[in-house]
Ligand binder design. Sequence first.
Ligand SMILES: *Cc1c(COP(=O)(O)O)cnc(C)c1O
Length: 398
Amino acid sequence: MPGFEIFGKEERKEVNDVLDSGILMRYGFDHMRNGHWKAKELEDAVQNIFGAKYAQLTSSGTTALSTAMAVMGVGAGDEVIMPTFTFVASFEAIITAGATPVLVDIDETLCLDPKAVEAAITPNTKMVMPVHMCGSMAQLDALQDICKRHNLLLLEDACQAIGGSFNGQKLGTIGDGGTFSFDFVKTITCGEGGAFLTNNEEYYRNADHYTDHGHDHVGSDRGAETHPFLGYNFRISELHAAVGLGQIKKLDWILETQRKNNAIIKGALSQVEGVTFRRIPDPEGDNASFLSFFLPTEELTRKAHKELLANGLGGNFYWYDNNWHYIKKWDHLKNATSLFPLNPGLVSAIEAMDFDSFKQSDEVMGRTISSLINLSWTEEQAQERAEKMAVTIKSVLS
Ligand SMILES: *Cc1c(COP(=O)(O)O)cnc(C)c1O
């Protein structure tokens, strides 16, 4: 997963370009910047590499999601369907928009279960937000079909699946909008950063304005620009964009390496009776940043996870007990604990939710371990790790 493992002269060169001119902001100062427009260049690279018509960089993946909500017109009174297994940014962005998160079950893809999505649709539903967790994708064909039939927006959170694809199309470019995160632990990193991708020109134009206080970016005098609507500051800095520009040139190598190392671990675990693997709707499109697998019961999974860590095999995650990624530990959401008053409609919607009703998600997540794939492993190290994992799990299962 993490691009930070491979920082080198490429990132340094791009950052030094920015430091040499001293212009750390992405807009303006045209005559002082020695022709360097790192954010613009990274946006062009994202468009070309992923095949999206438009890309708007943001300060984070979370603000990319907030930007998506805004430009797609999601706000007060709207319901957004999201999965029980994700990162907290999913509901943060929905709540920031004033909308209501509607949590629904995942299945053995570790992503939204289309049947559960369809069952959760109400007259207030406006958007379905699949999250392509741990490098692999949701069932986008079924979700697209549901969105079409019910006239709903489809927003792909591809923050963890940069470079993955579904039926030949890059994740993040298939829905009405998509988001990437370039935070420190993602497939490629800017330190902090994100992107909103879309093929819709109006969404893009509004994202360009919205992420910069509503500035219309017309003319060359920033102070004289008008503001067609309210915005925020979700800008990325040139320094962050420069790091990403160094990183994105290595994406092919990153994906190739992840896939090679992932296959080595999978090969060894396939030999262990009782281990099964996450269902991947399009196996060729897996970005392979994690290998996620199932054991027969929650009890055995817990035990195996503990043994893996005890045997020095870090990088194996049991999300079921993890504060960040699974609904079980999101007490601040369940209790609507906020520093400021939330809109009353949202609070009553949260109070009415039955957070204990996700038996299907519990059943899947209780048996899931995700194993992080590193870029820095040699083939021998990957093989050694694979063997050690297989032996450890076998001893727990036998
Ligand atoms: C990392 C992540 C985000 C948010 O990205 P930040 O850049 O950390 O704000 C959103 N969704 C998912 C699934 C993520 O993993």
